[in-house]
Design a protein around this ligand. Structure first.
Ligand code: GLP
Length: 237
């Protein structure tokens, strides 16, 4: 496991971008998943800038969505698909990059088709994940089985509070679809990004304590043989 303790947002974003660019150089047809949320915003800005300078291309890559809300009253506004379009633009939505959307749909046939597409791609080469303050990855909430694949999940109260602080409880989506821990743990490489308010506890749990605990889903990735963690140094001090 490689750990980059990044001092400052710029160092954090540059470390993530360098890891991703390295993986793309090694395999331009990379099959990867990308997270949403606050954590990767700066990383995506760095990717977009590198793409604009023609230093990086995802045109031969295959991008799989990590998760998506179900029952989002404002859909597509506020969806993860919209987030990726907004933050990655032409980096991914360029007519060449193969983009596998996770539809906001609980139809088991659609979910099985998503897993089939992952299998046909040969699984993920790179799983880029953020970490929720309760330790979730994607929307694999505490207690998620490590064997789980793409499925519908109930969102925890803590996740809803973290992601919809200004939305009345009745208008928050209760469910999501997420890629499962089976696909994340079996990715050939994992890039875990830990950043943001309220993440000191989970950062220390992952980096100072170690060991797998199903109550903290991100710990399932600690045993991975090609894991890079980029963490805001301030979270550990
Ligand atoms: C979100 C998403 C994850 C994300 C995580 C952390 O709800 N499901 O993909 O990595 O929680 O989000 P943030 O970066 O905003 O803290």
């Amino acid at each position: 496991m490689r750990v980059v303790r990044a001092r400052g947002a710029e160092a954090f974003d540059a470390a993530g971008a360098a890891a991703l660019a390295g993986a793309l150089r090694a395999k331009p047809t990379l099959a990867l998943t990308l997270p949403t949320g606050g954590t990767p915003r700066g990383l995506y800005r760095a990717l977009a800038a590198a793409h604009a300078r023609a230093e990086l291309s995802l045109e031969r890559a295959r991008v799989f969505m990590l998760d998506e809300y179900l029952d989002l009253a404002t859909y597509p506004e506020g969806s993860f698909a919209a987030y990726l379009r907004e933050h990655l633009g032409e980096v991914v939505f360029n007519g060449s990059t193969r983009f596998h959307a996770l539809a906001p749909d609980d139809d088991p046939a659609r979910l099985a088709a998503y897993d089939r597409a992952l299998d046909e791609a040969g699984g993920l080469d790179l799983a880029v994940v953020g970490v929720g303050r309760n330790g979730h990855v994607g929307f694999n909430e505490p207690g998620s089985p490590v064997t789980a694949r793409t499925r519908v999940v109930e969102l925890s109260a803590d996740t809803l509070e973290a992601n919809f602080p200004d939305v009345a409880a009745a208008r928050r989506p209760r469910r999501a679809v997420t890629m499962g821990l089976a696909d994340l743990t079996s990715a050939r490489a994992v890039l875990m990004l830990i950043k943001g308010e309220g993440k000191s506890g989970v950062a220390r749990r992952l980096l100072d304590e170690g060991g797998v605990d199903p109550a903290v889903p991100a710990t399932h990735l600690l045993a991975h043989r090609d894991l890079t963690i980029v963490v805001e140094a301030g979270l550990l001090s």
